[in-house]
Design a protein around this ligand. Sequence first.
Ligand SMILES: [Zn+2]
Length: 152
Amino acid sequence: MEKFMKRAVELAVENVENGGQPFGAVLVKDGEIVSEGVNELHIKHDVSGHAELLAIRRAQEKLQLNDLSGFTMYASGMPCPMCFAAMNFVGVDKAYYCATLDEAKAVGLDKSAIIYEDLQKPEEKRTFLMGHMKLADEMQNPMKLWKKKMDR
Ligand SMILES: [Zn+2]
């Protein structure tokens, strides 16, 4: 639906005019906008202040839901890996974006592209180190504790 994408881009333009990055997003269900967001990194020191994440957070709070299946995200720019994951975790059906990663890269917003590229590589070849660290057995294992609780 083009009108929802137009709204996302309009939000992104307003955000740039207000000193922020060029990202806006709207979350839609049954043909209605449920929530909106813009990139708020210029306002708060909070890495999760991305347009899509804020739209998700607002919809969840408004509807008191942990499952947003049936929702569609319209984002002015291709969602970053964090927002991609969040949309998956919360069950958003699908997302559409307007500006591509290349367009973002062209204006110096290259972090998403770098992370997406890194995720394509095997763990040991990634630029970001995330290593497995096994602890001694004497600690209580939270995974086993969880399983035990679920089995009750
Ligand atoms: Zn993001």
